[in-house]
Design a protein around this ligand. Structure first.
Ligand SMILES: [Zn+2]
Length: 272
């Protein structure tokens, strides 16, 4: 992003900051409209917490990406977009059988939290924990136990194994999204060779060097295409949520409004 762009006006006359704030306002409206339409069922309040929490996270990620044009690059945007892809696959899978699957989702998370505590205890080992460590361990234990009271009391958290994202995507009928979004963005999120070689190395022009690659850390040009991808995934999440609940909520789509505003700008087909 150039200085001119950072000040709010790029070389194509697009007012970037008003566009970003308009987009974030639209996302807030869409999110609030769902919460108003979606009454909590107190017999299964964990469904409201899990699904609502994932929906909230998706809205927050879309807005965080929107407000950080410096991250609209192939180096950084896919890390956040991969998290959005994860959240989408989660919610699509959870909504197919919310009462049971949200329960599993909570148990899996609590199992992971318990495992973290055990690792921390193992690290402390036989020595006496410091007061800070003791307080941290106790708070962690209490956070888990508070959630087990009532409906989770006798559950052995240890027996819940990892749910494969691929299996979830298959069951939720979004294996294409897994293959074409989740997996490619994982290369960036996990700093794998097929990301590094493309983004962090440049081929040397000297034929005597047999075209080896130089490591390079260069400032990247921001590409608003990454924002449109975040907007697309938020919109896709809303679509799946609305369909599962039979909602037809009126109002302009944040995605369509954004696309209208940036139409004609360059896009990067590698990240479709
Ligand atoms: Zn060289």
């Amino acid at each position: 992003m150039t200085q001119q762009e950072a000040e709010g006006d790029d070389d194509e006359g697009l007012k970037i900051w008003p566009l970003i704030e308009d987009y974030c306002t639209d996302v807030d409206h869409e999110f609030t409209a769902r919460l108003e339409a979606w009454r909590p069922d107190f017999a299964h309040i964990h469904v409201h917490e899990v699904i609502g929490g994932v929906l909230a996270r998706q809205a927050t990620l879309a807005k965080d990406i929107a407000r950080a044009p410096a991250l609209w690059t192939g180096h950084s945007a896919p890390i956040l977009l991969r998290a959005m892809a994860d959240a989408y696959i989660n919610i699509a899978w959870l909504l197919l059988d919310p009462v049971e699957r949200c329960r599993k989702f909570v148990l899996f998370g609590l199992g992971q939290a318990k495992l973290e505590l055990e690792h921390r205890r193992a690290q402390i080992g036989a020595r006496e924990p410091t007061p800070q460590e003791a307080a941290m361990l106790e708070a962690g234990e209490r956070w888990i136990d508070d959630q087990r009271i009532g409906w989770l009391l006798d559950v052995d958290l240890g027996k819940w194994s990892s749910l494969s994202v691929r299996q979830m995507a298959e069951e939720a009928n979004c294996i294409d999204f897994y293959n074409y979004v989740y997996t490619p963005f994982s290369a960036c999120a996990h700093s794998m060779w097929h990301h590094i070689a493309r983004y962090d190395l440049r081929k040397c022009g000297n034929p005597l060097h047999r075209y080896h690659r130089h490591p390079t850390s260069e400032a990247s040009v921001s590409d608003i295409h990454y924002l449109t991808l975040a907007a697309k995934y938020w919109s896709k999440t809303l679509g799946t949520f609305d369909q599962a609940h039979g909602f037809a909520i009126p109002g302009p789509s944040s995605y369509e409004t954004l696309i209208d505003a940036v139409t004609g700008r360059r896009t990067d087909p590698r990240t479709e």
